[in-house]
Design a protein around this ligand. Structure first.
Ligand code: NAD
Ligand code: TYD
Length: 339
């Protein structure tokens, strides 16, 4: 069995590479990644010498290059993680989001069609459902919730999902889609809420909370996401969408205060800044379908997962200090100065 993983030098893709090499020692894993600002070969360093692993630097929008890779590698399964993934960046400039998330997906779908790949899996997001109101804890996203996007990021992910479903219906391509809630864990790029707050606390920098910090996200430890995708690509029904999430809803302020407490820091570091434009209020997943069909349930709750994540950031300072001392500093200045 050969699995081609795109975006494997990023946060979730990198964790998935590690997970699959550990869980399926007989599989060949090929990682294709363009190494954008979010891709980091340090994440894959522990497996670079593994004979069952191969890294190829390539852009999923480069049709010729991607076809060449399919020609040589002939993967059984393709799992597409490659994407521009940060909402705030999509608000600044959405062009690359459309190129990578939509056109890149199209190239991969065409490659799977051309080379007869047995399964294409699209890693999508709960953000395609838009948001839920605050204070309505009875409401959840199901697979039947209409697509209703808010940010250019979520619009690009929703477009890709529609394209994947169109290739299934029209070309009979064997596809599956998963829509997961917010992930956290090791190798998370420090522009996202949890790693940003951890690294800022460790550097005694202000903690920029958007608006009043009331927005709610449904946090999932990244390894639970990896296990869900592993189940879907092996046992999920072709043509189906699976929501992934585990009832770990927290307001942003609760998340930030938990991190502060775990690191024994002061809440004085919290700084309320201008809210994100179009800010989604609440995400919450109903995972009944994946539980009933595939027996998946999350195994790590937020209290345990956040402790493990903080420990990882304490033990792997070189990984993230290297990022925040590089060109990311320019982004940080631009996004947070005078906010
Ligand atoms: P990330 O930004 O950490 O990593 C993205 C990876 O894709 C990077 O390694 C980058 O180099 C690579 N990439 C970007 N453009 C590329 C291109 N044109 N060709 C090849 N590689 C390219 O993202 P992430 O947080 O790991 O998210 C992975 C996937 O999961 C995305 O599709 C995202 O939409 C989805 N998702 C993320 C979350 C989350 O909480 N982070 C939740 C649900 C779904
Ligand atoms: P983020 O990690 O960017 O994920 P997403 O927008 O895809 O859910 O943000 C999570 C939440 O944290 C979101 O409500 C925005 C908020 N947030 C802040 O309050 N401050 C920050 O500096 C960042 C990056 C996010």
């Amino acid at each position: 069995m050969k699995i081609l993983i795109t975006g494997g030098a990023g946060f979730i893709g990198g964790n998935f590479v590690h997970y699959m090499l550990k869980e399926h020692k007989e599989y060949d894993i090929v990682c294709v990644d363009a190494l954008t600002y979010a891709g980091n070969l340090e994440t894959l360093k522990p497996v670079m010498d593994n004979l069952k692993f191969k890294f190829i630097k390539a852009d999923i929008t480069d049709r010729r290059e991607i076809y060449k890779i399919f020609e040589v590698e002939n993967p059984d399964i393709v799992v597409n993680f490659a994407a521009e993934s940060h909402v705030d960046r999509s608000i600044e400039d959405s062009e690359i989001f459309l190129r990578t998330n939509v056109m890149g997906t199209q190239v991969l779908l065409d490659a799977c069609k051309k080379y007869g790949t047995r399964r294409y899996h699209q890693v999508s997001t709960d953000e395609v459902y838009g948001d839920l109101p605050l204070g309505r804890i009875d409401l959840f996203f199901t697979e039947e919730t209409p697509i209703h996007t808010s940010s250019p990021y979520s619009a690009s992910k929703a477009s890709a999902d529609l394209l994947v479903q169109a290739y299934h219906r029209t070309h009979k391509l064997p596809v599956t889609i998963s829509r997961c809630s917010n992930n956290y864990g090791p190798y998370h790029f420090p522009e996202k809420l949890i790693p940003l707050m951890i690294s800022n606390v460790l550097n005694r920098k202000p903690l920029p909370v958007y608006g009043k910090g009331e927005n709610v996200r449904d946090w999932l430890y990244v390894e639970d996401h990896c296990r869900a995708i592993d189940l879907i690509i092996h046992s999920g029904k072709v043509g189906e969408v699976y929501n992934i999430g585990g009832h770990n809803e927290r307001t942003n302020l609760e998340v930030v205060k938990t991190i502060i407490k775990e690191l024994d820091a002061s809440e004085d570091l919290i700084t309320y800044v201008t809210d994100r434009a179009g800010h989604d209020l609440r995400y919450a997943i109903d995972p009944t379908k994946i539980y009933q069909e595939l027996g998946w349930l999350p195994t790590t709750d937020f209290e345990e997962g956040i402790k493990r994540t903080i420990t990882w950031y304490l033990n792997n300072k070189k990984w993230w200090e290297h990022i925040i001392n590089g060109e990311y500093q320019t982004y940080y200045e631009k996004m947070y100065k005078d906010r």
